[in-house]
Each structure stands twice: as C-alpha cells, then as structure tokens.
Write a protein that binds this ligand. Structure first.
Ligand code: AMP
Ligand code: DBH
Length: 545
C-alpha cells in the first residue's frame, strides 16, 4: 500500500509556486495563526453554544495528541462520518495537526460505502456520532469494523457504548504543530463515483488552500463573515467553496445547523446573523417557498450560493426576487478541483444563465468534441481541465486514472458544457452514467450491480429521468426472470444490502428486453429515451383526466 500523494510535473509545480498560488502553508497552521491573532473571536457557533478560536485550536491540539496515542502514525487514514456538529471541526483540525488524513464519509453513507472507503483507504480509525437523524451509527460500526482489518479504533462523539469516547480522546496532552507539511496530501475527498464506486481524491495543503483563499476573496469574506454550513459539512462544497475553511481563513465564524430545513435553518440565520450559505437546487426550491412567509429575519444574508447540480434559470430568477438583499451566486465545482463562480458584481444575465467562470487564471479549460478536438465558443462539448488545484490522479485507482485523465494531465470532468467568449461556463448535462439526484450523485453502475444480484433479476439498467423537484431521479429498467418479483420487494432488497437510501431506485419499470446497439450492447441512450417517453405519456394522461 502506497502513501497517498498528489504529484504535478515539476514545471507545473514550479510555476504554481512562482505565481504565489502554493505558499507553503498548512490548513492547521491557518487555524493556529488565527487563534494567535484573534483568540476570542467566535470560530464556531451552534445551537447551544460557541467556541472561540482559542477553544477550537486547543481542542484540535488535544485531539491530535489523542489520535497519536492511539498509535496512528503520520499519513494514516481516518474515516470521519460526523454531521454538522462542532466536534467535526475539532476532529478534522486535530487530524490535520497530527499529519493524519481524514476521509470524508457522509452521514448518509451506510455499510457498503463505509466498507469500501475503509478498505480502499486502509483506514485505521473511524469517527462517528452516537445517534443522529434517527440512526444509530454504533450499529453501523459494529457491522463494518470486523470487515476492516486495518481498523484500530472506533471513536464516538456521544455515548461510546463499547467504543472509545471522543471526549476522553481529547482530554489528555496535546500535540504541538509541525506534523503536517504543505506539499503533503492533507485528506481524501470522495468523488461522485461516475464509474462504479466512488474514488478517493488526495488533495494537498498547498493546492487546497489556494482554492480556499481565492474563494474567500471571490465571495467577499472577512472577519465579520458568518458562514452557515447547511449542506453536509464533509462535502467539498461546504468545505472549500468557500465553506468552513474559507470562513476560518478569513478569520470569520462558522455557524452550524443540524438540519437544512427552513424551520431549523431560518431561525439559525436570524440567531447567528448568517451572512453566507450554500445550497443545492432542490433545497433552494424549498427555501425559496418557505422564505416567502417566514417570520424569521433573514436580512443578514448577503450571499446565497447554489451549486452541486444545475440551477434552472426559472429558480434562479425566483431566488433573486425572494431574497432581494442577498446576491445570488452560482457555484459549479467538483471535489477533484476546478471550481467556477459567478462573481458578486456580475450582471443578472450571467448569474441566471451561467454556472460561472474558474477561480484561477491558470485553470486551463478545454471544451472538446467526442474526438477530442476543441469546439468553438457557444458549442457544446466535453469539459476537460488542468490547473493549480485540480488533481492529476485518484488514489490507488490505475484503471480509473487511465480513463479520467488525458496523457497530458487534463481531468475529464464528464460534464457537457458550453463556454462563452468571456470564459463563463454553462453546464448542459453529464456524458457518463452518473445521475445527479438533486446534488447527490448516484452511479448507475453501482446500483445496477446490486439489482442484478437479485436471483429473480435477469438484467437491470439504471438511468436518469427528469424530475421537477430533484432535476434528475433514478429509474431502474429491469428484465425479471419471474413475474412474482415486484417493485417493493426489489427496493427492499437494495436497501437491505446496505446502500444509502438516496441510491434506492426512485422508480422501477419492468420490461421484456433491452434495446441494443448495432454490436449488441445494451443501449442506455435508447432506454433513457424509452423511459422519458413513457413518463411523458403518463404525465400527459394524468393531466387529461
Ligand atoms: P462530485 O464528483 O460529487 O464532486 O460532483 C461534481 C459534479 O457535480 C460536477 O462534475 C458536475 O457534474 C456537478 N455539478 C456541480 N456543480 C454544478 C452546477 N452548479 N451545475 C451543474 N452541475 C454541477
Ligand atoms: O458538486 C460538487 O462536488 C461541488 C459543487 C460546488 C463542489 O465540489 C464544490 C462546489 O467545491
């Protein structure tokens, strides 16, 4: 097993350093610097309290000591599956400080995913909440831990049962700075999993901090910023665009809410004086409706970001009307690197119709046809990119790397875009079979594998079908072996196999056979078209009655 690394060719690394993008800082070093400069400023505020920069820094240092005493050596991987609670920040900064690598598992992930991330990263520890959102993560840990031979410890933020208590881990002596290094990998993010399983994305302190620092400038952050982490805090958007790291970089405050729903999040905005937050489009739809009649005072909100999936022009217009004091900002990013923003002073037309332009003058963007030839501005093509904060390789994934990167190091994003003459991008869709279910990415292949494992399933193909609420949702076309197999049983099967519930097919359609291409392969394109027609016909029939 090789240590995670991320390597740019020397001439690129030299350029990125010479231009001041990579500055030789570490993420935990930024926290230490802010704690030294403004120790009493609130770093994180939550339901029933707040931690100053001094508090957060002290907790991180103590946890760094605790993790080290577990026997974890520099570079070891730690699964972190915490919700939006202050302990998340203490744990993550503690790991950075000890030179340990967090792997950002999302609270929605279940046995199959956690095992996959644990095994591919050879994780040595796993940090969970006790109960959260009506789910007991200790039960999950009991299932997963025996399958992960590298695992030494399960640590619980809450009642630990037979596991280790996070409070106790952070009660001993701290570990001083100096264990993390700027050019080293700081953590492993998760890809959306466009081909089968989600891959691990190694990001260095240097490259990530560049994107964070510039994001903070683009989004207008300063010490008066209060960033509300509305989406899951482990996600790349919430972490860095500008996210909680941007807020801390600027010496501002991170506010946390346990739920993104308006009845919880709106009072939190009013209570903490939130100035900026980020949403995915389905949540933006819910907020837009709730904001029309809320008694909560949302006037502190200066910037409302929407990203992760395509925001329709219609919803963009409505958001601007319903949140007139806030600037709407579109964010088109990926955990692999490249992030695009509409700028705060951009004209309405760009904010409504585009997904923004890249952070850096050194973000190289290519829009190419199927043969790899550049297409003119305004024409649709595949988005390829390379730059000072975009990875050159996934961790331990030679096959995926061969497919996802060009020989000269461009990342194939899988997105179909058009580019305007001024360099703004509009996202049209995905070339691959990843379904974007309102920002939650579902790999068709992964779900198909589970469906096909059912003894009564002959074959299965999962495709995206349009959904007015989520943008896309999943539909499984299934050729069954026996008519006794019903939709509910098939959904239950997928659930019982331990997949996150957002991956369970929204719809199941039984068909006699799949359409085929000229060489006899199953044609996803035709299945998609068939299902689209079928749903359109059903919708029309419903309207007619
Ligand atoms: P992930 O692999 O989970 O980091 O997801 C990144 C992908 O999400 C991108 O490649 C896009 O397909 C999609 N995405 C992110 N932001 C946007 C956006 N603002 N508009 C359209 N698609 C987006
Ligand atoms: O969807 C994403 O992955 C995403 C969206 C907005 C992202 O990683 C980001 C901003 O940094």
């Amino acid at each position: 097993m090789t240590q995670p690394q991320q390597i740019w060719p020397p001439e690129f690394a030299e350029r990125y350093r010479a231009r001041g993008y990579w500055r030789g800082e570490t993420i935990d070093g930024i926290l230490a610097a802010r704690a030294a400069a403004t120790p009493d400023h609130p770093a994180v505020v939550f339901d029933d309290g707040q931690w100053s920069y001094r508090d957060l820094d002290t907790r991180a240092t103590r946890l760094a000591g605790g993790f080290t005493r577990l026997g974890l050596a520099r570079g070891a991987r730690v699964l972190v599956q915490l919700p939006n609670v202050p302990e998340f920040l203490a744990v993550v900064f503690g790991l950075f400080r000890a030179g340990l690598l967090p792997v950002f598992v999302l609270p929605a992930h279940r046995r199959i995913e956690v095992e996959h991330f644990g095994r591919t990263s050879e994780a040595e520890a796993y940090v969970i909440p006790g109960d959260h959102g009506g789910f007991d993560y200790r039960t999950l840990a009991r299932e997963v831990a025996p399958q992960l031979p590298s695992l030494r410890a399960v640590i619980v933020a809450g009642d630990p049962a037979e596991f280790q208590s996070l409070d106790e881990l952070g009660a001993g002596a701290g570990l001083p700075d100096g264990h993390s290094r700027p050019a080293d990998v700081a953590f492993l993010q998760l890809s959306g999993g466009s081909t089968g399983f989600s891959k691990l994305i190694p990001r260095t302190h240097d490259d990530y901090l560049y994107s964070v620092r510039e994001s903070a400038v683009i989004c207008g952050l300063d010490a008066s910023t209060v960033f509300l982490a509305t989406l899951p805090i482990g996600h790349n958007f919430t972490m860095s665009s500008p996210g909680y790291l941007g807020a801390i970089y600027a010496g501002g405050t991170v506010a946390l809410t346990r739920s993104p729903s308006p009845d919880v999040a709106f009072p939190a905005i009013a209570q903490h004086g939130v100035t900026i937050t980020g949403l995915v489009p389905p949540l933006a739809l819910v907020w837009e409706q709730a904001a029309r009649q809320t008694p909560a005072d949302l006037s502190s909100l200066q910037v409302l970001q929407v990203g992760g999936a395509k925001l329709t022009a219609e919803l963009a217009r409505r958001l601007r009307a319903t949140f007139p004091r806030a600037v709407l900002q579109q964010v088109f990013g990926m955990a692999e690197g490249l992030v695009n923003y509409t700028r705060l002073d951009d004209p309405e037309d760009l904010v409504i119709h585009t997904q923004g332009r890249p952070i850096s003058p050194d973000d190289e963007v290519l829009v190419v046809d199927d043969a790899g030839q550049p297409v003119p501005d305004g024409k649709a093509g595949h988005l390829l990119t390379r730059g000072p904060y975009t990875i050159r390789a996934y961790y331990n994934a030679p096959d995926a790397n061969a497919a996802a990167f060009t020989p000269d190091g461009f990342y194939r994003t899988g997105d179909i875009v058009t580019r305007t003459a001024r360099g703004y991008l509009e996202v049209l869709g995905r070339a691959t079979d990843m379904i974007n279910r309102g920002g939650e990415k579902v790999s068709a292949e992964e779900v198909e594998d589970h469906l096909i494992a059912h003894p009564l399933v002959h074959d299965a193909v999962v495709v995206a079908v349009p959904d007015p609420f989520l943008g896309e949702k999943t539909c499984a076309a299934v050729v069954r072996r026996d008519e006794t197999l019903k939709m509910t049983a098939l959904k239950a099967w997928v659930r019982e196999r331990g997949l996150a519930s957002y991956k369970i097919p929204d719809q199941v359609v039984f068909v006699e056979a799949f359409p085929e291409t000229a060489v006899g392969k199953t044609s996803r394109r035709d299945i998609r078209a068939m299902l689209r027609d079928r749903f359109a016909a059903e919708a029309a029939a419903r309207q007619a009655t």
